[in-house]
Design a protein around this ligand. Structure first.
Ligand code: SF4
Length: 438
């Protein structure tokens, strides 16, 4: 979502005649698009601002703006701590970035725009400067109503607001006509989507979008386990172009911790949801998020997390050490429930090691199977690299001259590594010339 916000703001500047400045060039306008989901990302904002402040002393005409989630929570504190910042733009005001930059260059005054709208979001999607010529993200819902006790997102992105499906379909059609055949529908809780006019949910939206002619792959991110319904499972079971891949954050395997996180499901319910998808969608790959060292997490709770990972066998896991975000419920619980840093680090190491072992086993078992891959780019060794529909990274050993970034190609998996697969494009078998065997 953050990357897409950046693309939206870049597009607004393009439309006003600005061109991108290189890393080493002196830019006239710098927008710092920020993330508040972890403590480290937030600290980086102030250190980046220190560098920009020094640059601005040499170029006083420069316009500096802070946008995104840190802007939304820190608000006027940024303007106070960094007096050289010209504007602070919250997540609900991204559509105004271009016009505000122009206003500041004209009137040289400071702007704070942080209102979170309550209405269905409307974008000038044709103005977005898309990063990839063959893949694109499309926001379908903004905000979150879940208020998990550790999470800052409901405060930085506001309450849920779904986009009209007619506009989403219009955007997807335009993307596919422009050659972007892989589309990812985005939302903080994407399966909370509800069309403002017809009240249908994500399952029906997926089916409608999947019927856009020329669309090759349709993904969506991020689903909340408690909001999975039959319509979503059925839509995924419909198959291509809906990709057999689901990111379903579990966060913990312990009922006690899940309750304290206010996740609204328990371990049994989560595993039942996993089983539903596995039964309905052949070959589905599931990935997940985990927070390790949540306040009050005991050794036994953590063992439950490891056992859930063993049971669910995710294709990929994003695991992080808990970090308190100011303003959230868990940050107010006080220090006595905090898990010491070395204990949390040790648990994280164990979770990652277990997942690496599971991924190695899963990936080795894929050797000999054939997948269609969208070639995305090249790896460090210069091999073409792409992704399967189930979101697995594939390095292609013999891709040169046959495939290129943006093309779809069938490959046979020849090796499974913990984080990726090595594959070859099958070589057509040449018929032996007819005649006597000499
Ligand atoms: S559902 Fe996701 S975005 Fe919403 S509060 Fe929970 S973790 Fe944050």
């Amino acid at each position: 979502m953050n990357v897409l916000d950046g693309e939206r703001m870049s597009g607004q500047l393009d439309a006003r005649g600005y061109v991108p400045a290189g890393e080493d060039e002196d830019a006239d306008v710098v927008l710092l698009n920020t993330c508040a989901v972890r403590e480290k990302a937030e600290a980086k904002v102030y250190s980046a601002l220190g560098v920009l402040g020094r640059r601005k002393r040499e170029r006083p005409g420069m316009v500096i703006g802070v946008t995104g989630c840190v802007a939304q929570v820190e608000k006027d504190e940024i303007l106070e701590r960094a007096p050289f910042v010209d504007f602070v733009l919250g997540t609900g005001q991204i559509e105004r970035a271009g016009e505000i930059v122009e206003e500041i260059r004209r009137e040289r005054r400071r702007v704070l725009a942080i209102d979170l709208p309550k209405d269905s979001p409307v974008y000038r999607f044709e103005q977005i400067r898309r990063g990839s010529p063959f893949q694109s993200a499309v926001t379908v819902i903004e905000g979150c109503d879940q208020f998990c006790t550790f999470c800052i997102v409901p405060f930085t992105r506001g309450r849920e607001r779904s986009r009209r499906s007619a506009e989403i379909l219009q955007e997807v059609r335009a993307l596919v006509e422009g050659g972007r055949c892989e589309v990812m529908l985005l939302g903080q809780t994407v399966n909370a989507y509800e069309d403002p006019d017809e009240s249908f949910g994500l399952g029906e939206l997926l089916l409608r979008v999947s019927r856009v002619p020329g669309l090759k792959r349709l993904r969506f991110l991020t689903s909340h386990p408690s909001l999975v319904d039959d319509a979503l499972v059925d839509a995924m079971a419909a198959g291509t172009p809906i990709a057999p891949y689901l990111h379903l954050p579990a966060q913990s395997g312990s009922d006690r911790v899940l309750y304290r996180m206010k996740r609204r499901y328990d371990r049994t319910g989560y595993l039942a949801t996993v089983a539903r998808f596995r039964a309905a969608v052949p070959g589905i790959a599931l990935s997940s998020d985990f927070i390790v060292g949540f306040p009050g997490e005991t050794d036994a709770d953590f063992e439950e997390t490891l056992s859930l990972m063993r049971e669910a066998r995710f294709s990929n896991v994003f695991a992080f050490r808990y970090s308190a975000r100011p303003g959230t419920a868990s940050a107010r619980w006080g220090r006595e429930k905090e898990i010491p840093g070395d204990v949390a680090a040790e648990r994280l190491g164990r979770a990652l090691a277990l997942q690496e072992q599971i991924q190695s086993e899963i990936n080795r078992a894929l050797v000999g199977q054939r997948f269609e891959v969208l070639v995305e780019n090249r790896d460090r060794k210069g091999l073409l690299r792409g992704r399967t529909a189930c979101n697995r990274v594939v390095h292609i050993e013999n891709g040169d001259g046959v495939a290129a970034p943006g093309s779809y190609v069938e490959v046979d998996i020849c090796r499974g590594l913990p984080n990726s697969l090595i594959a070859r494009i099958p070589v057509p078998v040449t018929a032996m010339p007819e005649g006597p065997p000499w």
